[in-house]
Design a protein around this ligand. Structure first.
Ligand code: ZN
Length: 407
């Protein structure tokens, strides 16, 4: 029985949308077992009466332990059954089957390719050298021509890498490029991740700042419009660079408008190693609020998808700071996420039992305190902390907003 195509009888007065499911082959294990990724897609029937809305691509679980996005995609599929959809939507849970299954003891690892050590989310493709020649050759082209031809160029580059490359690809590149090939066909791209133990936060390109207020996410990191290998950057950077290249030749476009509607976000949905379906429902509503704002969806019944009222804080990437453990030890994480922490208030307390009564019973000359408070010289907004209580000196303990402001 196809459990995915649901019966329309449940909501007789509404159209019920059907997503197609296909299984994408992204690699092979040593045994020959296939690595596969499920792809759910909705194709919008275009009518002349209505201009087509942006196309959407959403993926989850590129990092193995960051599983909440799969639950959010489930809830999106449930909610989208009863929406009017004006664009194409592609949803990809379990985007990285290697990372997803990469267990060690009780824990999922899956942040780095275990063979190469490279972060799974730093393997996407962008070749800046194609931008300036394209802008030169198409300086007088219409917006529609630019959109079509540039997208074709981006897709052709990925196809070249995947299909016409005698030197082969790493396991991670093969997965990443296939995902990117789908993402390049969308205008709006969401890559669903989580932190270790974390508040919800959003990585947002600086030019797309206005869109951040449509998500139900209280913390936004504004990232420069440059490529560092991640999915979000790999899909918006080419368009941003193209806009810059046209501008350098005297033709001005506005990012986020017309042919340059491209927006990509990394959505950090909370903590790793857990799913919560009730929270996922709210996360999905927040995403639908953004998609409604972009004209992609409207509910067939009930209220519009409106963003929740909340204080939204933002900071620039350069002010999103990591605090590294000044010593090894056992950490009692004290600071609450999303609550401004005044100067001098402790972020964490580090327990060093080796220092407890050391002078009386040991020959050690060095005697420190068994408890150390860790605080900072400026007000910060704690966003996430390391997943384990035991840390080596130099472990990334907390990540915090500094010099933050309200959106
Ligand atoms: Zn991640």
């Amino acid at each position: 029985m196809n459990t995915f195509k649901h019966s329309a009888s449940k909501n007789t007065s509404f159209n019920s949308n059907t997503f197609n499911k296909r299984v994408m082959h992204v690699g092979e294990m040593a045994s020959g077992a296939k690595l596969t990724v499920p792809v759910y897609s909705f194709e919008c029937q275009q009518t002349d009466a209505q201009p087509k809305a942006p196309n959407v691509y959403i993926q989850a679980n590129m990092h193995g332990a960051e599983v909440q996005g799969n639950a959010v995609i489930f809830q999106l599929l449930e909610l989208l059954k009863d929406c009017d959809i004006q664009g194409n939507i592609t949803l990809v849970p379990y985007a990285n089957p290697v990372a997803c299954n990469h267990k060690n003891g009780e824990y999922t690892l899956g942040r780095f390719d275990p063979i190469t050590g490279v972060n799974w989310n730093r393997m996407y493709h962008f070749d800046e050298t194609v931008i300036a020649p394209f802008a030169e050759q198409n300086i007088d082209a219409t917006e529609d021509e630019i959109q079509l031809k540039f997208q074709q160029l981006l897709l052709a580059q990925i196809e070249q890498k995947l299909d016409h490359n005698i030197w082969g690809l790493t396991t991670g590149q093969r997965i990443a490029y296939q995902l990117q090939h789908m993402a390049h066909q969308a205008d709006l791209v969401l890559d669903l991740h989580t932190g270790p133990i974390s508040s919800k936060h959003l990585y947002c390109p600086e030019y797309a700042k206005a869109s951040a207020s449509y998500f139900d996410i209280p913390h936004t990191i504004l990232i420069p419009n440059e490529f560092d290998g991640a999915m979000d950057e790999s899909t918006f950077c080419p368009w941003w660079h193209l806009q810059q290249a046209f501008q350098a030749q005297g033709r001005n476009f506005v990012m986020g408008e017309g042919v340059f509607t491209k927006e990509s976000f990394t959505v950090e949905l909370g903590s790793q190693e857990q799913i919560d379906l009730a929270v996922a429902h709210h996360d999905a509503l927040g995403i639908l609020s953004y998609l409604q704002h972009k004209g992609v969806v409207t509910p067939q019944k009930g209220q519009a998808f409106l963003p929740q009222k909340m204080i939204r804080y933002a900071c620039y990437l350069k002010n999103y700071r990591a605090l590294y453990a000044p010593m090894g030890g056992m950490v009692d994480y004290l600071a609450e996420f999303g609550k401004p922490l005044p100067v001098g208030e402790p972020l964490a307390r580090i327990l060093r039992m080796d220092n407890y009564c050391a002078s009386e019973h040991n020959d050690q000359h060095e005697v420190g305190d068994p408890l150390h408070l860790i605080s900072l010289d400026r007000q910060v907004l704690p966003i996430l902390h390391f997943a384990s209580a035991s840390v080596n000196q130099g472990t990334e303990l907390y990540k915090v907003f500094t010099d933050y402001f309200e959106l």
